[in-house]
Design a protein around this ligand. Structure first.
Ligand code: 8YV
Length: 317
């Protein structure tokens, strides 16, 4: 079989690069001195794209007119215009399932850190304040008796709910649709979910449909005991409204693994006392990232061997 030409626009984990190098002719745009010139030169023979972030839409597809597949690293694919890909008959794949447990574990860790101020307490110890000033102040919040509203009860949302049940939390949810096989109370709007709960866990995907869904009104509904956790996408939360709500005491605290303009985190968020900030580490263990990388490779290999992808995104039908 003649080797297949693959485009890699941005750097990917070493395992992905090594495995793809062994199977395909990989054109690494990020290594080129003049990426546009390289794209002009090789664009016509590219049949597959291995992607990790970056905007992929009709303008990009026009530069790789013979591409058949975009194999994307990560479960979220809001950076890819699936409508444009469908129109160009390009299959899009992502890496679901293999990261579900890791992200759910991180979500629970972030929730506990935020409610009980564990990061701040550790800083207190490291700064020598335990010795100089005594015990870390008692936290105003506790996890006990909290009502957890999950925004986005998909695979990861359900894994979070399963873990939260072990912590005796009351679970509610909101999403595009009520799920017949789910017993947790469903709320038809995000504001109603927030009003019924004191803890809001954002697991929803990014994109136009969810942009700034968590706004000033939703935060107001969550109330002064409220804790917001975002493990989904930064764009889902109106960051300016969140900062205002934290400053005014409209809600109690927030734990964020994702941000609107990563890796830039607003200075104001950094200064707020009851906020836990993580640098998008939801799935970031070696084992899980390896499994995600393997799936990127498997999707490309299987596509070119059999004409079928392993994990196409739902829009592909
Ligand atoms: C990754 C993620 O950090 O899977 C996702 O959608 O956000 C994370 O697991 C990200 O894909 C790495 O680019």
């Amino acid at each position: 079989m003649t080797p297949v030409d693959i485009l890699m626009p941005r750097p990917m984990p070493p395992l992905v690069q090594e495995k793809l190098d062994a199977e395909f002719v990989v054109h690494k745009l990020f290594k080129a001195e003049d990426p546009e010139a390289l794209l002009k030169e090789v664009g016509g023979k590219i049949r597959g794209v291995a992607a990790m972030g970056g905007k992929l839409d009709a303008a990009f597809l026009a530069k790789v007119p013979n591409a058949e597949i975009i194999s994307s690293f990560g479960v979220g694919y809001d950076h890819i215009n699936t409508g444009d890909c469908l129109a160009a008959r390009v299959v899009v794949t992502h890496t679901p399932d293999v990261l579900t447990s890791e992200v759910a574990d991180t979500a629970l860790g972030l929730l506990l850190m935020t409610v009980r101020e564990l990061g701040q307490a550790e800083t207190w110890l490291r700064d020598g304040k335990w010795v100089s000033e005594g015990a870390y102040p008692l936290t105003q919040a506790t996890l006990q008796g909290r009502r957890l509203g999950i925004f986005g009860l998909g695979r990861i949302g359900k894994a979070i709910a399963q873990r939260a049940e072990a912590f005796d939390l009351e679970i509610h949810y909101y999403g595009r649709n009520r799920q017949e096989d789910v017993d947790y109370p469903y709320h038809p709007t995000l504001k109603e979910l927030a009003a019924a709960c004191d803890t809001l866990m954002v697991v929803a995907p990014g994109g136009a449909a969810t942009k700034h869904a968590v706004n000033a009104e939703v935060l107001e509904a969550l109330g002064p005991e409220g804790i917001l956790i975002n493990i989904g996408r930064g764009t889902v939360v109106d960051e300016a409204a969140l900062i205002a709500a934290l400053e005014k005491g409209t809600i109690h605290g927030a734990g964020l693994d994702v941000f609107e303009d990563e890796p830039n985190v607003p200075e104001k968020l950094m200064q707020l006392p009851r906020v836990t900030l993580l640098p998008h580490v939801g799935s970031a263990s070696q084992a899980t990232r390896n499994a995600m990388g393997q799936l990127v490779v498997d999707n490309l290999k299987t596509w070119f061997e059999t004409g079928k992808a392993v994990t196409p995104v739902p829009e592909m039908g």
